[in-house]
Design a protein around this ligand. Structure first.
Ligand SMILES: NC(=O)c1ccc[n+]([C@@H]2O[C@H](COP(=O)([O-])OP(=O)(O)OC[C@H]3O[C@@H](n4cnc5c(N)ncnc54)[C@H](OP(=O)(O)O)[C@@H]3O)[C@@H](O)[C@H]2O)c1
Length: 218
């Protein structure tokens, strides 16, 4: 049985609304916010994510999971007080042609390690949902056990948070595959084979193993 969760979403663009729609379908309670007052995204939310509630960002506090879906180059404008103390999903990707060259994301570390450092120790950050197109979230979703079911990788330094997010991913219609710690998130960032394709859980696990082997050898 799907555990019904309170899902907060920060960012009401392509990814935020697509995750919101899929979460509503899965039976979760969904609240969506941006940096602007709720009133300004109320109509958009009603039309694009029926069943979700537009709220002020402060009202995301208390969510079981908060999904951050803002452009990466704007990460420093995120209100960290909203996320403090929460399990947070980082969906963000670095792509210099869009984000501009940002030195902190050129070091070879996972972008989520940088974001974790920015958000602080009281945020349990989980990296996932960054490697599926917003337009694919609904169409690629399958019930558990379907042979063609697509997998999504999940990386975090917090095991309980990773487990909770894995259950959420499953409820959205995807097999969650444990990629290991946040640093292992490099395996499914922009430009990787995982990022660029669709994979079953078995294929995903093999790709993650291969990536871990290559990184260990460097
Ligand atoms: N496009 C994809 O298929 C895809 C898939 C997976 C992951 N991603 C990644 O997901 C991230 C979001 O992409 P997107 O395409 O959804 O972006 P988008 O369509 O531009 O939407 C961004 C949203 O974030 C809001 N926002 C900006 N700064 C904010 C802040 N400080 N606090 C709260 N909300 C803020 C914006 O609100 P305002 O308009 O009011 O500023 C807007 O609602 C990117 O890093 C992208 O790489 C994209």
């Amino acid at each position: 049985m799907v555990q019904q969760l309170n899902i907060g979403i920060l960012g009401a663009g392509r990814v935020g609304t697509a995750v919101g729609r899929q979460a509503v379908r899965a039976g979760h309670t969904v609240r969506i916010a941006t940096g602007k007052p709720a009133e300004q995204i109320k109509l958009l939310t009603e039309v694009i994510v029926p069943g979700a509630q537009a709220v002020n960002k402060e009202q995301l506090r208390g969510s079981d999971i908060i999904v951050v879906a803002v452009p990466l180059h704007k990460y420093r404008s995120i209100d960290t007080a909203v996320l403090a103390g929460h399990v947070v999903i980082d969906t963000m990707n670095y792509w210099a042609p869009v984000d501009g060259v940002m030195e902190e994301f050129e070091s070879g570390r996972s972008t989520s390690e940088v974001i974790a450092g920015f958000l602080g120790d009281d945020v349990q950050l989980v990296k996932t949902l960054n490697h599926i197109g917003y337009g694919d979230l609904e169409v690629d979703s399958y019930p558990a056990g379907a042979p063609e079911r697509r997998a999504l990788a999940v990386a975090s330094d917090h095991d309980d948070a990773k487990q909770l997010v894995a259950a959420f991913i499953d409820s959205l219609g995807y097999d969650a595959v444990d990629a290991g710690p946040l640093a292992a998130g490099r395996a499914f960032e922009n430009g990787t084979e995982i990022f660029n394709g669709r994979h079953t859980a078995e294929q995903m696990q093999a790709l993650l193993n291969e990536c871990a082997r290559v990184l260990a050898a460097v």
